[in-house]
Write a protein that binds this ligand. Structure first.
Ligand SMILES: CC(C)(COP(=O)(O)OP(=O)(O)OC[C@H]1O[C@@H](n2cnc3c(N)ncnc32)[C@H](O)[C@@H]1OP(=O)(O)O)[C@@H](O)C(=O)NCCC(=O)NCCS
Length: 174
């Protein structure tokens, strides 16, 4: 079967992205996050990626958005990229679509000179893409999440002095 094409979302994809997230997560929380970030200053141009099947159906989606890295004084040090949600239609999972979306997201962040990508996710999925426990490199989670689930990927523009506490965009549930 030919692999889906990875491309940035277009406005015609919005309903498909919502339906896909609902199917993959069995609920409307994650789709609501995507809708809640779209149109805000936390939205990254071309940072909402879809996997499009040969028949035009959206079978996978990944969102990159802008969070903040905050210092101990509470001041924002810089914006940082957050990854998630990422979803593949249940009957298309484990066929490499998630991997293709992840690679495209990492390439985009690298091309845009980002130092890192942060996420909260499955401890056994993301390390294969180079993600590691974020606290180990000085990036604290917004809440006391388990080290295994709070992860970051260092990109070529990473500098060891970059340390602080991450904050997700407000559309993520508190
Ligand atoms: C997680 C998800 C996005 C992965 O997408 P996918 O297309 O199924 O993944 P891929 O086929 O690219 O998988 C790549 C590798 O990861 C493995 N993998 C897939 N899902 C996994 C999971 N949930 N946990 C651990 N490993 C997983 C695959 O077996 C494959 O391993 P291999 O390279 O050794 O064969 C998808 O399964 C999904 O939508 N799940 C439901 C929603 C969800 O949990 N999203 C992530 C929230 S953190």
């Amino acid at each position: 079967m030919p692999q889906p094409t990875i491309r940035p979302e277009a406005s015609a994809d919005e309903a498909g992205i919502r339906a896909l997230n609902e199917a993959a997560f069995r609920g409307n929380v994650e789709g609501g996050i995507v809708d809640g970030i779209r149109g805000t200053d936390r939205w990254i141009p071309d940072g909402s990626l879809v996997a499009e099947d040969t028949d035009g159906a959206v079978v996978g989606h990944l969102l990159l958005s802008e969070g903040d890295l905050v210092g101990i004084d509470g001041a924002v040090i810089r914006r940082i990229w957050m990854l998630g949600p990422v979803a593949v239609l249940p009957d298309r999972q484990r066929k490499g679509i998630g991997r293709a979306l992840m690679r495209a997201a990492i390439e985009l962040a690298t091309d845009r000179g980002q130092p890192l990508i942060c996420l909260l996710g499955h401890a056994d999925y993301y390390p294969r893409f180079g993600f590691e426990p974020a606290r180990g490199i000085g990036i604290e989670p917004p809440r006391p999440w388990r080290d295994a689930n709070w992860m970051a990927l260092r990109l070529p523009a990473w500098e060891p002095g970059l340390r602080g506490t991450a904050r997700f965009p407000p559309a993520f549930p508190g």
